[in-house]
Design a protein around this ligand. Structure first.
Ligand code: S3P
Length: 172
């Protein structure tokens, strides 16, 4: 099969849903942030703080390219992958890109206990999320397939994705 790349804001469930989807399809699951952490030997948070966001984005871009070299993969991407349109083009060449969406409220609830996200390391998380979502909206608008995850559990989201892209991922 062709790849399914999951993009979308932090806390929209990309990794959880991606794992379920990969298992369901008998495909390889790749979490891009985990790959980056393994390559660098430190966490994403530490990369941001010690080497800067630009360094992280360059690494992310290289990894997008690498994981797009083979098929039969479900790739969960970091929330900022959409910022670079060439990332999306690259992922599209090897398969289909699906954007997971959620409300600010859902995102706040999902990320609350997690302190690993450098861009959300602020007091007023809802305000920062709202601002970033607005900034990134034009990027999401460019993605063909979108799923609203509000009120749906990860298994349900995985099923919706399957229905949406089943024909697209078939090797023809
Ligand atoms: C980021 C999202 C994070 C991670 C990094 C930057 C972003 O991934 O790549 O902290 O810019 O939205 P998740 O979406 O998996 O949290």
């Amino acid at each position: 099969m062709k790849n399914i790349a999951l993009v979308g804001f932090m806390g929209t469930g990309k990794s959880t849903v991606g794992r379920i989807l990969a298992e369901r399809l008998g495909a390889e699951f790749i979490d891009l942030d985990e790959l980056i952490e393994r390559e660098e030997g430190i966490s994403v948070k530490e990369i941001f703080f010690t080497k800067g966001e630009l360094y992280f984005r360059q690494l992310e871009h290289r990894m997008v390219h690498e994981v797009s070299q083979a098929g039969n993969r479900v790739i969960s991407c970091g929330g900022g992958v959409v910022l670079d349109e060439t990332n999306i083009q690259c992922l599209k060449q090897a398969g289909v890109v699906v954007c997971l969406q959620a409300t600010v409220e859902d995102i706040v609830n999902r990320i609350r206990i997690n302190v690993d996200r450098p861009l959300l390391n602020v007091k007023d998380k809802a305000e920062r999320i709202q601002k970033l979502l607005e900034e990134r909206q034009p990027c999401y608008d460019r993605i063909d397939f979108k799923i609203n995850t509000s009120g749906i559990d990860p298994r349900g989201v995985a099923e919706l994705i399957l229905k949406l892209v089943r024909d697209e991922i078939e090797d023809k």
